[in-house]
Ligand binder design. Structure first.
Ligand code: NDP
Ligand code: 2IT
Length: 445
C-alpha cells in the first residue's frame, strides 16, 4: 500500500474506532486508491486524503414529536454533509432504528464517489434518524417528518444540500418533509428529490435504482460474454430497490427465484410473482412471510441470510449493509453464481467481496451499480431548475446511458490501473479522481 494512504488509514482507524461501518468503507476504499497516490505526490503535499476523508460538516439534532396517544417522543437525527467539491451535497435520508453517525458517515463517503461516477454535478451527503416507521400511523410519520424539518430546513436548499429517500423513506416521507420545508421557507425550489409526480418529481425516479442496477449488470455480463436471459436470480430485500431490480430482471428474460425482508426470505422455483410482493410490501407495508399463502405457491424461510443458500447465476443484494457475509458468499459460489452486483450500499462484507473476486465471480460494487437512483435524482434537479417535466421514456433513456457510461468508465479505469476486471478498484479510482481534481483546483477549503 502507498505509505501516505497507509498512514491516513491508520489515523482514521485510531480516531474513529467506534464507527464500525465508516471504518469498513474506508478500509475498502483507501487501499484501492494507492496507485493514484503513487502517481500524484502533489496530493500528499496538499494533505488531500486527510481532507477528503473528513466530512465537511455534520449536523446532529433532537427530533421531538407527539404520538397518537398524545405522548411526547424523542428521536435523534443527523445530516452528514460530506463533500461539496463537485456540486451541492446530495444523498438520501434513512429512517431505521439502527441509524447512527458511523452508518451515515459510511453512506455519505460512498455517496461522494458514487455521485462523482454519475458524471453529474452533485456532491455527497447522507442523513437519517433512528426513528422506526414500522407500525406508525400516517399522522405519526407526518408529525415526525415535520419536526425533523423544523431543524433541517436551515441547512438544506436546491444549491446547498438536496436530500432524497433511502431505507424507510419513500414518497410518503419525502412528501411530508418537502411540504414542511416549503411552508417554512416559502420556496418552491425543488429541494428534495424523489418527490411525487404532481409536485415536481421526476418520472422514473421510483424505478431508477433497480432499473439502473440491471442496465449496469447487463453491460457487465455482455462485456464478459454472458447473457442475462434465462439466468436464475436472487434479489434480497423487497423495498424500492429490490422490487424494481426484480421487475427489470424479469423484463430482460431472467427468472427471479427468491426475495426477502428483514425477517426472512421466500423461494419460488417458478419465478416470484412480483405483483403479490408489491401488494404485501409496498401497499400493505406487511411481511414477506405472507407470500406463500397469497401467491398459492413458494416457501418461506425464517432469517434474512437464508436467501443466499439457493443456487443461482446472479445475486443482487438490495436490502442493507453487511447482509452478505463470507459464509453466504461461499454458498453462492458453491451454487454456481457467475455475477454479483450491489443494489444496496455495502451489502457484501469485505471478506465476501474478496472471496467473490478470488473465485472469478464478476462483482460490481454499489458505488457504480446502484448509482442510477441518484443519477435520476440529479435529472430531477435539472428538470426542477428548468421548470420542465421529461417523459418516462426520456428519463429512462438517459438513465441507461448514464449506467452504460459508468460501467465503461469503471472497466476502463480498472484496466488502466493494471487491475482488469476489478470493478471495485475501477469504481473507487474513477470516482475519486474527479473529486481530487476539483479539490486541488479549489485550494485548501
Ligand atoms: P426500502 O426501505 O424501500 O427497503 C429496504 C428493504 O430491505 C426492505 O425489504 C427491508 O425489510 C430490508 N431491510 C432493511 N433493513 C434490513 C436488515 N437490517 N436486514 C435485512 N433486511 C433489511 O429501502 P430501499 O429499497 O430504498 O433501500 C435498499 C438499499 O438500497 C439500501 O442499502 C439503500 O441505501 C440502497 N439504495 C437505495 C437507493 C434508493 O434510491 N432508494 C439508491 C441507492 C442505494 P423490512 O421491510 O423487513 O424492513
Ligand atoms: O444511496 C443512494 O444513492 C440513495 N439513497 C439515493 C440518493 C439520492 O439523492 O437520490
Amino acid at each position: 500500500m502507498n505509505p501516505y494512504v497507509s498512514r491516513v488509514l491508520e489515523e482514521v482507524k485510531a480516531r474513529y474506532a467506534h464507527e464500525r461501518e465508516f471504518l469498513q468503507a474506508a478500509q475498502e476504499m483507501l487501499p484501492s486508491l494507492s496507485s493514484v497516490f503513487d502517481q500524484h505526490p502533489e496530493y500528499e503535499q496538499a494533505s488531500l486524503l486527510e481532507r477528503f476523508i473528513e466530512p465537511e460538516r455534520v449536523i446532529i439534532f433532537r427530533v421531538p414529536w407527539v404520538d397518537d396517544q398524545g405522548r411526547p417522543r424523542v428521536n435523534r437525527a443527523y445530516r452528514v454533509q460530506f463533500s461539496s467539491a463537485i456540486g451541492p451535497y446530495k444523498g438520501g435520508i434513512r429512517f431505521h432504528p439502527s441509524v447512527n453517525l458511523g452508518i451515515l458517515k459510511f453512506l455519505a463517503l460512498e455517496q461522494t464517489l458514487k455521485n462523482s461516477l454519475t458524471g453529474l454535478p452533485i456532491g455527497g451527503g447522507k442523513g437519517g434518524s433512528d426513528f422506526d416507521p414500522k407500525g406508525k400511523s400516517d399522522g405519526e410519520v407526518m408529525r415526525f417528518c415535520q419536526s425533523l424539518i423544523n431543524e433541517l430546513y436551515r441547512h438544506i436548499g436546491a444549491s446547498i444540500d438536496v436530500p432524497a429517500g433511502d431505507i424507510g423513506v419513500g414518497a410518503r416521507e419525502v412528501g411530508y418533509m418537502y411540504g414542511q420545508y416549503k411552508r417554512l421557507t416559502g420556496l418552491y425550489d425543488g429541494t428534495y428529490t424523489g418527490k411525487g409526480l404532481s409536485f415536481g418529481g421526476s418520472s422514473g425516479r421510483t424505478q431508477a435504482t433497480g432499473y439502473g442496477l440491471l442496465y449496469l449488470v447487463d453491460a457487465m455480463l455482455r462485456q464478459n460474454g454472458l447473457d442475462i436471459a434465462g439466468m436464475r436470480v436472487i434479489v434480497s430485500g423487497s423495498g424500492n430497490v429490490a422490487i424494481h431490480a426484480a421487475e427489470k430482471a424479469m423484463q430482460m428474460g431472467a427468472l427471479v427465484i427468491a426475495m426477502s425482508d428483514s425477517d426472512g426470505s421466500i423461494y419460488d422455483s417458478e419465478g416470484v410473482q412480483l405483483e403479490v410482493i408489491r401488494q404485501i410490501k409496498l401497499q400493505e407495508r406487511g411481511r414477506i412471510s405472507d407470500y406463500p399463502r397469497r401467491a398459492g405457491r413458494g416457501e418461506y424461510r425464517e432469517g434474512a441470510a437464508g436467501i443466499w443458500q439457493h443456487r443461482c447465476d446472479l445475486a443482487l443484494p438490495c436490502a442493507t449493509q453487511n447482509e452478505l457475509d463470507l459464509d453466504s458468499a461461499m454458498a453462492l459460489v458453491k451454487g454456481g453464481v457467475k455475477a454479483v452486483a450491489e443494489g444496496a450500499n455495502m451489502p457484501a462484507t469485505l471478506e465476501a467481496t474478496a472471496f467473490f473476486q478470488s473465485q472469478g465471480v464478476l462483482f460490481a460494487s454499489g458505488k457504480a451499480a446502484n448509482a442510477g437512483g441518484v443519477a435520476v435524482s440529479a435529472l430531477e434537479m435539472s428538470q426542477n431548475a428548468m421548470r420542465l417535466n421529461w417523459t418516462f421514456e426520456e428519463v429512462d433513456r438517459q438513465l441507461k446511458d448514464v449506467m452504460e457510461r459508468i460501467f465503461e468508465k469503471v472497466s476502463r479505469t480498472a484496466a488502466r490501473y493494471a487491475r482488469p476486471g476489478d470493478y471495485v478498484t475501477g469504481a473507487n479510482i474513477a470516482g475519486f479522481l474527479k473529486v481530487a481534481e476539483a479539490m486541488m483546483a479549489q485550494g485548501v477549503v
